[in-house]
Design a protein around this ligand. Structure first.
Ligand SMILES: [Zn+2]
Length: 192
C-alpha cells in the first residue's frame, strides 16, 4: 500500500479504538502527540525501503534508507513481522520514556498505544496486497488475505486508489458522523 493509504488506515484505526474506548480526559499535548505517533507508526514498517517518505525527506536519505533496508533484511522482512512490531514498539517505548521529562504532562502510554495502532494497521493493510506479509518470521512464509494471490491488491493500482482509499475515507467520515456527539464531548474534555 502507498504511504497515503497507510496514513489514512492508521488514523481510522485510531478513531475506531478511541470510539470503543473513549478516554475520560485528554490533554491537548497528548492528543497531538498521539496523532503524530499514530501517523509515524502507520508508515514506520516501510523504512525498510529507500523510497520510504522518511528517507525521501532527508538529505542523503536514499543512501541511509538503503543501509536501513539491508539491516532490516530488505523490504517486507523484519519490520513487517510480529518480531518487528515488538522491536519497533520497544524502541518507541524507550524513546517516549527518554523524552518524558521534557513533556511531563503528556500521557506517554496513550501515545505509545497510538503508535502501536498505526504500526499494526500497516501490517494488516499490507496483508491484503499481492506481496503479503511475513507475520511469523523467522518462518519464511508471507501471509496474505485472500489466500489466492491474484485476488489481492497491487500497491498503487486502481483497487487501492479507487476502492480502498475512498472506502477508508467514507468509513472514517461515517464513524465521525455516527459518533459526532461523543467526539465533540471528547474534544470539550481536552484540556491544555
Ligand atoms: Zn509496508
Amino acid at each position: 500500500m502507498t504511504a497515503r493509504t497507510h496514513d489514512l488506515a492508521a488514523i481510522t484505526a485510531l478513531l475506531v479504538v478511541v470510539l470503543v474506548n473513549m478516554p475520560v480526559s485528554l490533554r491537548l499535548s497528548t492528543l497531538l502527540l498521539a496523532v503524530f505517533a499514530n501517523q509515524v507508526g502507520g508508515i514506520a514498517p516501510d523504512i525498510d525501503q529507500p523510497t520510504a517518505p522518511l528517507w525521501r525527506n532527508l538529505p542523503e536519505g536514499h543512501l541511509v534508507g538503503k543501509v536501513f533496508g539491508k539491516l532490516l533484511g530488505g523490504h517486507r522482512f523484519i519490520s513487517h513481522s510480529l518480531i518487528g512490531f515488538a522491536l519497533f514498539g520497544w524502541l518507541c517505548d524507550l524513546l517516549l520514556h527518554f523524552l518524558h521529562p521534557l513533556m511531563p504532562h503528556v500521557d506517554i502510554l496513550l501515545v505509545w498505544y497510538a503508535f502501536l495502532i498505526g504500526y499494526g494497521s500497516h501490517l494488516i493493510m499490507d496483508t491484503f496486497t499481492k506481496e503479503g506479509v511475513p507475520w511469523l518470521l523467522p518462518a519464511p512464509v508471507k501471509i496474505g488475505i485472500p489466500p489466492l494471490k491474484r485476488l489481492r491488491i497491487t500497491t498503487g493500482h486502481w483497487m487501492e486508489n479507487g476502492v480502498v482509499l475512498p472506502g477508508l475515507i467514507a468509513f472514517a467520515l461515517w464513524l465521525c458522523w455516527g459518533h459526532y456527539d461523543h467526539l465533540v464531548a471528547l474534544l470539550h474534555r481536552v484540556v491544555s
